[in-house]
Design a protein around this ligand. Structure first.
Ligand SMILES: Cc1cc2nc3c(=O)[nH]c(=O)nc-3n(C[C@H](O)[C@H](O)[C@H](O)COP(=O)(O)O)c2cc1C
Length: 259
């Protein structure tokens, strides 16, 4: 298949998924475009043709595709467009996320051809998998990207895509969000960075200290982008969560690829 264009698509509040999608997409021969589904606001529907491919990535929240990402993925429409699926997760587990992503993309008219589950720095407890994806992970992702590129060429002679098998089971795990509160300290200058960048517009347009906790998806983006470090989660609470997580997944997980 001579691909006209490869589009790297991601929902990535703190950047890990963006890195993974860009690393993999970069190795697939063909013209590249990127589509960021993280920012708030209205977006159009996007249409993709049979001679295109997408690499689509989401972070794992509670073993699932984040509901906000799922909603935005429904703006994508394929016409038997090949799709490479990517899920990044904070070294605990990705559970049903890849299967859910596969089913969403199939429903939207895409043909999932390959998938990757990539351990990445846990964006809530950053002492878990710190700095990942690291050099070794990037090397493996690049190798995977090259293999996917070859697979697209093979498909040219025999355009039959089998059913991609990924881990996960139905009914999917239930996830109702994490009960962590983000506090805003006195160093907040109300500069508006977090207001503009919150994926779900959960921060008041006029006062960054005021948050709609019902709307907040605890994606950690506001904490990451705050130029004065004014937004924080209580240290003791974070230590307790970190302790619990390290107990259930003490070992380094490696990227997994399905092709
Ligand atoms: C609300 C929430 C839930 C999460 N749930 C999981 C999980 O179930 N398993 C896991 O290993 N990591 C989990 N993580 C960690 C993220 O999946 C991980 O840090 C991811 O790479 C973040 O992607 P991003 O930088 O593209 O936003 C969770 C993070 C958040 C914010």
């Amino acid at each position: 298949m001579n691909l006209k264009q490869i589009t790297g698509i991601y929902f990535s509040p703190t950047g890990n998924t963006k890195t993974a999608v860009e690393t993999i997409t970069g190795q697939i021969p063909g013209g590249k475009e990127y589509l960021d589904l993280t920012d708030p606001g209205k977006r159009p529907d996007y249409h993709f043709m049979e001679n295109e491919a997408v690499v689509v990535g989401v972070p794992v929240y509670g073993g699932r595709v984040p509901a906000t990402a799922a909603e935005r993925l429904r703006k994508l429409h394929g016409r038997k467009t090949a799709a490479v699926l990517v899920a990044t997760y904070g070294n605990r587990a990705y559970e049903d996320a890849l299967l859910e992503l596969k089913l969403i993309m199939q429903k939207q008219g895409f043909c999932p051809v390959a998938a990757a589950a990539v351990p990445a720095e846990h964006n809530i407890v950053r002492s878990i998998a710190t700095g990942r994806p690291d050099k070794a992970d990037r090397k493996k992702m690049k190798q995977f990207g090259r293999e996917v590129g070859k697979r697209f060429w093979e498909l040219a002679s025999n355009y039959r895509i089998g059913d991609l098998q990924v881990p996960g089971k139905r009914p999917f795990r239930k996830f109702h969000g994490v009960s962590l509160k983000i506090k805003v300290g006195s160093s907040c200058r109300n500069c508006g960075t977090c207001i503009r960048m919150c994926p779900v517009q959960a921060i008041s347009r006029t006062d960054a200290r005021v948050m709609d906790t019902e709307r907040c998806i605890t994606c950690m983006r506001c904490m990451k982008v705050c130029p004065t470090g004014a937004r924080k989660i209580n240290t003791m609470v974070l230590l307790a969560v970190g302790h619990k997580l390290k107990k259930v997944c003490p070992e380094r997980k490696e990227p997994e690829f399905f092709i």
